[in-house]
Write a protein that binds this ligand. Structure first.
Ligand code: SAH
Length: 233
């Protein structure tokens, strides 16, 4: 994959690509110390240049464990959350993965770097257009981006081996469950609006569903037919 680490007019640019690689390395060591043990996750996060997925003025913070604003009231999730969700998703190379909530495109890029065929849906046109351009520029041509309400899934490309929702909803959207393949896994933060959510993992085994609750997290709202009503924008 071809990454351009060119960053005009930033202090990170002056620090050079070797330093950026070291910062990513350090971020991954911290993730490992916090329980991220899946090598494929760590390797992908060592390779994807997170600083290019955040606004230029915030690039110096890109390798700290924080979520950062990406405009339009949305955020890029903190590295630990991306690592944890990627690990809980239990992906293998070659799997077809649907992501709901493209945002910055970072989670999609990490899954793509793990060898998955990624389909990702974003509701907000401005974010979709910007992220589409970024992913093309960074060489992630195989990620298929779609604009729309991801709570309806992506029936044209179903079924999926894995579905990951990176925004918090009130319930598990039924269309996503039906677009999950047998042995498939669906990961979604569920909880009350603007609050901490419970990470729910659903596994489909010969038509029946096995549900696990795997800790709490905080995501922006999932807005859509099977999500929250749109009040902000
Ligand atoms: N995975 C992203 C997280 C972005 S925040 C990242 O790595 O940066 C969640 C995103 O979900 C926001 O961009 C928001 O606009 C989007 N979103 C919210 N509801 C959605 C829906 N129903 N369908 C698709 N995208 C949605």
């Amino acid at each position: 994959m071809v990454y351009s680490e060119k960053m005009p007019n930033t202090s990170l640019q002056r620090s050079g690509t070797g330093d950026l690689r070291r910062l990513r390395q350090r971020m991954c060591e911290a993730l490992r110390a916090r329980g991220i043990v899946q090598e494929s996750v760590l390797q992908a996060m060592r390779s994807v240049p997170r600083h290019l997925f955040v606004p230029q003025a915030l690039q110096w913070q890109a390798y700290e464990d924080n979520s950062l604003p990406i405009g339009y009231g949305q955020t890029i999730s903190r590295p630990y959350t991306v690592a944890l969700m990627s690990q809980l998703l239990n992906v293998e190379r070659g799997m077809r993965v649907l992501e709901i909530g493209t945002g910055s495109g970072y989670q999609a890029a990490v899954l793509s770097a793990m060898g998955c065929y990624v389909f990702s849906i974003e509701r907000l046109r401005e974010i979709y257009v910007k992220t589409q351009a970024l992913l093309r520029r960074l060489g992630f041509e195989s990620i298929h981006l779609q604009r729309g309400d991801g709570t309806l899934g992506f029936p044209q490309a179903a079924p999926f081996d894995r579905i990951i929702v990176t925004a918090g909803g009130p319930e598990i959207p039924e269309p996503l469950v039906s677009q999950l393949d047998d042995q498939g896994i669906l990961l979604i933060p569920v909880g009350r609006r603007q609050r901490r959510q419970e990470i729910v993992r659903l596994t489909k085994i010969r038509g029946s569903l096995h549900e696990e609750h795997l800790g709490t997290t905080t995501f922006v709202n999932l807005v859509g037919s099977y999500g929250w009503e749109n009040t902000a924008m």
